[in-house]
Structure formats: C-alpha cells, structure tokens
Design a binder for this molecule. Structure first.
Ligand code: CUA
Length: 323
C-alpha cells in the first residue's frame, strides 16, 4: 500500500485505530487494487494501440461491423468487476452499520459506554447518560470497549467525524442518529465537524481520548465528584461567576449555575482544549477568551462581556481549579 501510505498522517482514514474504521480502510484498499488493475489493463491496451497503429508501416485499420463475442466480453467483464465491488462493499456495510450486540456478560470494564453527542454552533457536547456526566470538546472512552454514540444537534446540521475511528455521521436537529466505534489502542484522536454549519465550521473540532479501563474509571470518578471548596483568588472568581452573566449560559453542577446554552464547565480544567477546540486550555488562552471571545472565534454565541481585568483573572483562577 505504498501509494496510500502517503496519506497516513495522524488523523487519516488510512491510519485506522478502531474496529469499524479498519473495515472501511480495508474496503478502500481492496477497491483501489481492483481499480488499479482495470486502469493498467485499459491504459496498457490504449497505449499499445496508439503506438502500434501510429507507425507509417502499420496496416490500415479494418472496419468491423458487430462482433458478438467481443460485445459479450466487454459487457460481462465490467459487470463481474462491479458485482465483486458491490458484494465486498455490502459485506463491509453490514459489519459497520449494525451495532455489535450488547451483552450483559461482557467483562467488567468492557461494558459498552453510551454517549449522547450533541452538535452546537460551534462545539461538541458529550453526555454520558448512564454515568451522569456532561462535558464538551473532549470525549473520553475506554479502549477495547464498544462506544455507542447517539448523535443529534441543537441548531443546524453538523457531522460528527473522527477519521481514525470511522463512524462519520450527521448530527441533525430533532433526530437521533446512531453509530459506534471500538478503539484498539490508547491515544488521542482528532475529529472535526464534517458538514458546513456556519462561519466557524472549520473550528468545530473535538478530541477523542482513548485510555485504559483504569484510567477511564479514574476520569469518571473525577468527573462525577463535586467541585472543591475554594479559597483566595479562585473563591473570588466563583463569586463573580455565580453572580455574573455566566450562569445564564453555563452549568456548574452543584451550584446555582444551570444555563444550558454553552458548554457545561463543571470540570473544565480537566479538558485539554476549549472553545470548540480552537484553543489549548491554558490560563493565558482562557484569559484571551474571556477578554474577547469574538476576537478568538468570530460569530460564536458568547458575547464580549467587557469584564474588568481583575475579574477575568479571578475567573481564570476559578475555572482553572475545576479539575
Ligand atoms: Cu458543525 Cu460544521
């Protein structure tokens, strides 16, 4: 597959890291091989004919009217090739389209995880209904475990896509689409909205963090724990947060902040990215974001609140303590 390996970057479909993505990648390679064989034969004959009959000494071309054998041949051969392509596609389609069966006897730690994926302009929300976790931008999953996704949208049509994990699917408002994946190696996999959804479509990114069963359980426990009681700058930031406009749009579990417009911030400090993946989660970037969200991501729904610098500093300390 030397010809294809040129595309095998980190987030390429030719570098699959999930069972279903592997199936899709194998199908693409099979069809490429079939297409390459057809290409070489057809182009070979064309070039041969062009050279052979362009010579001055070549005999004049004879005119043939109808040849049943040749006509049957050039009808039957492509039909056979297309039938092969049809059946290998059908086989892959059935194995990636149907969710693997859920079994109560799956070993602990390998019980399927269900995540509700909600597209927003322009960020991804991840709800784990069974675990009572709501997060954004970064999707944590255990390896070697089936992850069921229930994909929908809050506003316009988006498309959930993590190239290495397959299962690209539309996120449509008022409808729930289903897909699944099963990551075969630990690591971080980049994803991107794949349906034009407005000016910041290109910056509607996500990350899938696939970790061992133990690491995943630790993450779950951290996410389920209440926010810590704070002192100093962070406590001051908490006051600003709960008394300011933030609560109108954001939720922090266990507090009066229950807004549902923007991402749930209960454990924002545990995420590596913010703002739909445009910024890495650092105090500097959070400051930049709070100072002028429109400068960072023009058109996004978070307004510039014209917060004073000391308030922003306290808010950054507060949000940074929400591990
Ligand atoms: Cu959401 Cu493109």
């Amino acid at each position: 597959m030397a010809a294809l390996s040129g595309c095998a970057g980190t987030s390429s479909i030719f570098n699959p890291a999930s069972v279903n993505a592997q199936e899709i990648s194998s199908l693409i390679q099979t069809i490429y091989i079939i297409a390459a064989i057809v290409f070489v034969i057809v182009e070979g004959l064309l070039i041969y004919a062009a050279i052979r009959f362009s010579r001055k000494s070549a005999p004049p071309a004879s005119e043939i009217e109808g040849n049943v054998k040749i006509e049957i041949g050039w009808t039957l051969l492509p039909a056979i090739v297309l039938a092969i392509v049809f059946f290998v596609s059908l086989k892959t389609l059935s194995s990636v389209a149907y969710l693997p069966p859920v079994s109560a006897s799956d070993p602990p730690g390998q019980q399927p995880v269900t995540v509700r994926v909600v597209g927003h302009q322009w960020w991804w929300e991840f709800d784990y209904p069974d675990l009572k976790i709501t997060t954004a931008d970064e999707l944590h999953v255990p390896v070697n475990t089936v992850v069921y996704l229930e994909v929908t949208s809050n506003d316009v049509i988006h498309s959930y896509w993590v190239p290495q994990l397959g299962g690209k699917i539309d996120a449509i408002p008022g409808q729930t689409n289903h897909t699944w994946f099963k990551v075969t190696q630990t690591g971080t996999f980049d994803g991107q909205c794949a349906e034009f959804c407005g000016v910041e479509h290109g910056d509607m990114r996500l990350k899938v963090v696939a970790e061992s069963a133990d690491q995943f359980q630790t993450w779950v426990k951290d996410q389920q724990s209440p926010i810590p009681s704070l002192s100093g700058e962070a406590a001051k930031g908490e006051q600003y947060f709960l008394q300011g406009a933030c609560v109108g749009c954001h939720t922090i579990d266990g507090t009066a902040a229950q807004g549902k417009v923007g991402p749930n911030l209960t454990h924002i400090a545990a995420r590596s990215i913010i703002a739909g993946g445009v910024l890495t989660n650092t105090p500097e970037n959070l400051t930049k974001w709070l100072t002028d969200p429109q400068a960072v991501k023009p058109g996004n729904i978070m307004p510039n609140l014209h917060l004073p610098a000391d308030e922003i500093q306290a808010l950054v300390a507060f949000l940074g303590s929400l591990k």
